[in-house]
Design a protein. Structure first.
Length: 207
C-alpha cells in the first residue's frame, strides 16, 4: 500500500464550554501519545506581531487592542467581543479561515492512529464537517463560573456574559458522539480518557 492509499487518521473534535477543562483532557490524551492540534494555540500564533491577522485586527478595532510591544491586548479584545456580537463576528472572520487552514496543514503531518482537534466553538465552526467524531468535555454551568472566577478573576456578571456568548450546554451535547464529565476528580477524568482512548483506537480499525 502506498502513502496515497492510506486512510487519514480518525479525527476527533474536542469541544466544551469555557473553563470546562478542555486543556486538561487534551493533555491527558497527549500523555497517551495522541497527536493534539489545539486551535487556541494556533489562534495565539497567528496574531503574533508582524503576522497579517494582527494588522487586520488593528485596522478593524484600532490601536487600543494592540499593546505597545505589538502583541494583542487580549483583555481589551475579550471585553469588546463579549459585549458586542458584531465585533465578535468580525474577529472570527479574520481568525477562523486562517485557523482552519493551519488545522488542516498540521493534521496532514501529525500522523497517529487518531488525532484530537481542540475547537472550543465547534458547534458553529466549519471544522465540524472536518472531524469524524465529536467529543464534548462537559460540566455544569455553576462549575464553569466558579472556575472562571478562580482562573481569570472575572466578575460574576462578566463570567455569565462569556457563557451566554457561547453555544449552550444543550447545543454542545446535541452534537456529541462521546462525552467526558469533568466536574469530579482528575482521577475520574483520567479514567474516562483512558476508556475513550481504547475505544478510539478500536474505531481506527474500522475507519
Amino acid at each position: 500500500m502506498t502513502a496515497a492509499d492510506q486512510k487519514p487518521p480518525l479525527r476527533i473534535g474536542l469541544t466544551g464550554g469555557i473553563a470546562s477543562g478542555k486543556s486538561t483532557v487534551a493533555d491527558m490524551f497527549a500523555e497517551l501519545g495522541v497527536p493534539v492540534i489545539d486551535t487556541d494555540v494556533i489562534a495565539r500564533e497567528i496574531v503574533q506581531p508582524g503576522e497579517p491577522a494582527i494588522e487586520e485586527i488593528r485596522e478593524r478595532f484600532g490601536d487600543a487592542v494592540i499593546n505597545t510591544d505589538g502583541h494583542l491586548n487580549r483583555a481589551a479584545m475579550r471585553k469588546i467581543i463579549f459585549d458586542d456580537d458584531t465585533a465578535r463576528l468580525d474577529l472570527e472572520a479574520i481568525l477562523h479561515p486562517r485557523i482552519g487552514e493551519q488545522v488542516r496543514r498540521q493534521a496532514d503531518t501529525a500522523g497517529g492512529p487518531y488525532q484530537l482537534i481542540v475547537v472550543p466553538l465547534l458547534v458553529s465552526s466549519a471544522l465540524r464537517d472536518y472531524v469524524d467524531r465529536v467529543l464534548v468535555v462537559d460540566c455544569d454551568e455553576e462549575t464553569q463560573i466558579r472556575r472562571l472566577l478562580q482562573r481569570d478573576s472575572e466578575s460574576i456578571e462578566q463570567a455569565q456574559r462569556i457563557l451566554n456568548s457561547q453555544a449552550s450546554r444543550q447545543e454542545r451535547l446535541a452534537i456529541a458522539d462521546d462525552v467526558i464529565r469533568n466536574d469530579q476528580s482528575l482521577d475520574q477524568t483520567r479514567t474516562q480518557v483512558a476508556h475513550l482512548d481504547r475505544r478510539f483506537r478500536h474505531l481506527c480499525d474500522d475507519h
